[in-house]
Design a binder for this molecule. Structure first.
Ligand code: HEC
Length: 260
């Protein structure tokens, strides 16, 4: 399989570090890749926080779906600033990091910069959608978590070179089809005994990038479209996947270039 040398695999549990590494590797000693483990752990954290932040934005869209789809109301009041407040709250609850106090946090400068850029890009996507969202007389406008996520990901990748992608084993959008690395992780996530929110990551064989897969789970709102009855059409016109509450619904894939 292309570039799939599993030099190391580090698994992190949201909220705490659980590193599965050979016991002889000290934090200070360089790894076979030549990259110190400390650096690898920092890259892991950056990738994980970017995935949580993108997913938090998706969740904010999901929470506001009924408002956004209201045909009777023109001005939804869902401005970039309103969105940002909800995003900051969501991210604080999920990652334990206050984006407004980020300068004083212990995160690395690159980590802080990328998180700030992802917030800015997310707000830009909301700003650009205003005319569409505030249209009177149209209910469903197609502005859903996946569409928001794809727009944010495209811009963020163009600006930073860090690739973000939403993917699933059987994707609705062929552009979201998993590559071999993503497929292996998605198959692990699909196992109902797989620990919740445990990410899967690896340093690519060339040591030029770190890859991370962050699992997504079906909430009640997601089931409006991705739930049952399986095969029946949802309001976006796609056949439903028949997912159940809490089941794995895909993943966010992060590819972070290693800068030395
Ligand atoms: C209003 C219906 C709707 C809701 C609600 C919804 N989705 Fe989706 N989802 C879609 C559609 C439509 C696509 C394909 C979008 C596209 O064309 O890129 C999609 C795509 C995705 C993808 C990318 C893989 C693929 O199938 O292309 C993931 C992952 C995903 N959804 C997970 C979720 C999760 C998790 C939730 C709840 C937080 C959710 N969705 C809520 C309709 C929905």
């Amino acid at each position: 399989m292309r570039r799939r040398l599993l030099r190391m695999m580090v698994c992190l549990v949201a909220g705490g570090w659980l590193a599965v590494i050979p016991p002889t590797w000290g934090l200070e000693s360089p790894q076979p890749s030549g990259i110190p483990l400390q650096t690898i752990l920092e890259l892991e954290q950056t990738a994980r926080l970017l995935a949580i932040l993108l997913d938090s934005g998706r969740a904010v869209i999901n929470d506001n779906q009924t408002l956004l789809d209201d045909p009777a109301r023109a001005d939804k009041g869902f401005t970039p600033e309103v969105f940002e407040r909800q995003l900051v709250d969501m991210f604080r609850g999920r990652a334990g990091i206050d984006l407004q106090e980020i300068q004083t946090s212990t995160l690395t400068p690159r980590n802080k910069q990328l998180l700030k850029q992802l917030v800015a890009v997310s707000k830009q996507v909301i700003a650009d959608a205003q005319a569409d969202l505030n249209r009177h007389g149209t209910g469903f406008k197609g502005f859903i978590p996946a569409v928001f996520g794809a727009r944010v990901a495209t811009r963020f990748t163009a600006e930073t070179g860090v690739r973000l992608k939403q993917t699933a084993l059987v994707p609705r959008n062929p552009a979201n089809r998993p590559d071999p690395y993503e497929r292996v992780a998605l198959e692990a996530f699909a196992d109902s005994t797989y620990p919740r929110e445990k990410v899967i990551s690896e340093l690519a064989a060339t040591s030029s990038s770190l890859r991370l897969m962050f699992p997504l789970y079906a909430t009640r709102h997601c089931l409006d479209c991705h739930g049952g009855p399986k095969g029946g059409l949802d309001r976006t016109g796609y056949p439903r996947e028949g997912l159940t509450l809490g089941q794995n619904a895909g993943a966010i894939s992060v590819l972070l270039p290693v800068t030395k």
